[in-house]
Structures are given as structure tokens and as C-alpha cells.
Design a protein around this ligand. Structure first.
Ligand SMILES: *Cc1c(COP(=O)(O)O)cnc(C)c1O
Length: 363
């Protein structure tokens, strides 16, 4: 059908919103099990206790608990903070969007690392803020001194991601403390810890402990990754109660469905198992990264459930080579991100990577 042009009066700021580019589906290869290693999803289903809780379906005719009281109570207990220090949203994505809404507008600035989570430029652009993406270091870590340098009178929001998606390293506690010492107390700092459960770097910043020290720091976490609940859309923020209650003004009412709240509660009640599984993924991640390094690849420090290959011009070719072997990986921002999947999947990626090196590097 030919498309009619729609002539609407829309906000000029939308022109700066980047379009989302979804990953490509893998080729169907007879005899090869396809693996989706492109979205950092958990390759296992949620815990059996979570599935069990889901058999008790709440009446869909009724709204969910608007305050998410039971879930917030469970989170507060788990995090050992008062309940008014926590709020939930439809994924970490909604929480991040809302944090941008309460701080940014035309004439203000936002600072974030780059490459990092693709939602940061989107959340910044819809709010018409001027964006200051700060290039990562050659080790693909946050350049926190450069980020501190970029702060101006107009800076309202600074986004940090530890471990960083898509490159992998986490922010060290020393780097973080030195950074915070330079940040004005009226600038909101968001520490995105979507992957904290997979972090095994003992020098990494402990976001939860840091929120007790800094009133202008908000932590964003999610049930999408380590809890294997990406499809259920549950994220949360932890911070100063004044910031949390302001944040609630920008969150969609009833944003987290009742089945999602129930699933998150069940997962938290068995959080030791969640953390054990995250540890296994971290071990598989380290083995995978080491095997790639042994082939000769440069792999930045990997602290989440994925590994980053900074392939630049060869990114698309590597993605295609994987797709042809029924492996979906993510080609974005000058590199390829490979999520940790089942052992057979990782072995197949290693085989593709070895062949690819042989073909493209002749080493
Ligand atoms: C996945 C992710 C989130 C949260 O995703 P949701 O599914 O919306 O909870 C937040 N930040 C980063 C960096 C992520 O990769």
C-alpha cells in the first residue's frame, strides 16, 4: 500500500531521536540448533519457584497493585533499605526514561559514556537535552575524568553503566569516588547496574553502598537479566526518598503488571539461586573470553553476561558469519556483542571466530 504523508505538528526534538535497529534473525540451517546470543537474555528460563508462582493467575479484569507494595517491601528487605528508598517500573528502561523526564528539558545537558546503552541517547533526545557522549578509554571503560571535565552549569543528569553494556568493564570504586568528588551535589547521577549480579571484579563500585553516601545518586537495576524475566518488564530504582518520590511522578501508573510483580517476588525469595546461576554464567563468560583471547582476539574485560569484540569495519562480516551458522549476535556501534548462552552455542561461536580470524587476519 502506498503510504500517505501525515502532516502533524510534532516536537522538533524528535528529529534527534535515533531509530532503533533490531538485530537480524539467524539463518535456519538444517541440523543446527539456532542460538539467540544477541539480547543479553538469560539462556535458562526463570527459577522453577517463579514458574510455580505464575500458575496462580490473578484476575486480569483487575488492575495490579498500584503501589507494588508487596514487591517493594520484598526489595527493601532484600536490599536492607527503607521501602521509601525503592520504586519499580516497567523494566529498567521505564525507570531510566523517567529519570530523564524528571531532569532534562531544552537548554539542559546530559553526559553519558559512549559506546553504552542505546537508550541513553534516546531518553536524552526525547527530552530535548543537549547530549555530551564521552568516548570510552582504549580499554573500553568509562573515561570518568573526561566525564567530570564535561560538567557545566547546564548539566542536570549523568548516566553511568557498570558493567558497561555493550563493552563489558565495570567502574572501579576508586574511579567512582574520585568522580563523585568532582560532581556538584545538585546534578543527578544515575548508576545503571543492570548486570551487577554477573560482576566478579572485587574492585568494582558497590552501587547500593554508594547510594547511602550520596543523596544525588540513583541506582537502576532490573529483573530482565540475572532473574531471567526480561519478558515481564520489571526494573527498579534505589535512592534518596525525595528523588524516589519525584521519580514516581514520571512513571506510568500500573506500569508493572500483577503477574510480573508476583514473579519478581518469587524470584527474590529465591535470590540465592539467582545469584548462583549468575555466577555460573560469569564462569562461562570468563572461559569464553579467554578462549577468544587464546585465538588472538582483543577482548575487553567482561563483567556482565556478554563479551565484546571491537571489530570495527569487520563487525558486519562477523555478524553474517555467525548468522550463517544459526547464531544471532549483536552488531552495534563498531563492534559485536555476544551474550553468554548454552555451552554448545559458545563452542560454535568459537569455531566461527577461529575460521573468521583465519580468513580475515591470516595469522
Ligand atoms: C537490559 C538493560 C537495562 C534494563 O532493561 P529492562 O529490560 O528494561 O529492565 C538497563 N540498562 C542496561 C545497560 C541494560 O542493558
Amino acid at each position: 500500500m502506498p503510504q500517505k504523508t501525515v502532516d502533524l505538528q510534532l516536537r522538533a526534538a524528535l528529529a534527534a531521536v535515533p531509530a532503533y535497529k533490531p538485530g537480524k534473525p539467524p539463518a535456519e540451517v538444517p541440523g543446527l540448533e539456532p542460538y539467540k546470543l544477541s539480547s543479553n537474555e538469560h539462556f535458562l528460563p526463570p527459577l522453577p519457584e517463579v514458574i510455580e508462582a505464575l500458575t496462580d493467575i490473578p484476575n486480569p479484569a483487575q488492575y495490579p497493585d498500584a503501589t507494588a507494595g508487596a514487591l517493594i517491601g520484598e526489595l527493601a528487605n532484600y536490599l536492607q533499605v527503607p521501602a521509601d528508598h525503592v520504586t519499580v517500573g516497567a523494566g529498567g528502561a521505564e525507570v531510566l526514561m523517567a529519570l530523564a523526564h524528571i531532569t532534562l528539558e531544552a537548554g539542559t545537558e546530559v553526559i553519558y559514556p559512549w559506546p553504552s546503552f542505546e537508550l541513553y541517547p534516546q531518553a536524552s533526545a526525547v527530552n530535548a537535552a543537549e547530549q555530551k557522549p564521552i568516548a570510552l578509554t582504549p580499554e573500553f571503560k568509562h573515561d570518568l575524568p573526561a566525564m567530570a571535565q564535561a560538567i557545566s552549569e547546564r548539566t542536570r543528569l549523568i548516566l553511568l553503566c557498570s558493567p558497561n553494556n555493550p563493552t563489558g568493564p565495570s567502574i572501579s570504586n576508586d574511579e567512582f569516588e574520585a568522580f563523585m568528588a568532582q560532581v556538584p551535589s545538585d546534578v543527578l547521577i544515575v548508576l545503571d547496574e543492570a548486570y551487577w549480579e554477573f560482576n566478579t571484579d572485587s574492585t568494582a563500585v558497590d552501587g547500593l553502598a554508594a547510594t547511602k553516601k550520596y543523596d544525588n545518586l540513583v541506582l537502576v537495576r532490573t529483573f530482565s537479566k540475572a532473574h531471567a524475566l526480561a519478558g515481564f518488564r520489571i526494573g527498579y530504582a534505589v535512592g534518596n526518598p525525595q528523588v524516589i518520590s519525584t521519580l514516581r511522578k514520571a512513571l506510568v501508573p500500573f506500569g508493572v503488571t500483577q503477574p510480573s510483580q508476583n514473579a519478581a517476588i518469587a524470584s527474590l525469595r529465591n535470590v540465592d539461586q539467582v545469584l548462583d546461576r549468575a555466577q555460573s554464567i560469569a564462569t562461562a563468560r570468563d572461559e569464553f573470553a579467554e578462549a577468544l583471547r587464546a585465538q588472538g582476539w582483543y577482548v575487553p574485560e567482561a563483567q556482565a553476561n556478554f563479551v565484546w569484540l571491537p571489530l570495527r569495519d569487520l563487525s558486519a562480516a562477523f555478524e553474517e558469519a555467525c548468522l550463517a551458522q544459526s547464531l544471532a549476535v549483536r552488531n552495534l556501534i563498531d563492534g559485536v556483542r555476544i551474550s553468554v548462552g548454552p555451552p554448545e552455542g559458545m563452542q560454535r561461536v568459537l569455531k566461527v571466530a577461529a575460521d573468521f580470524r583465519h580468513q580475515h587476519y591470516r595469522s
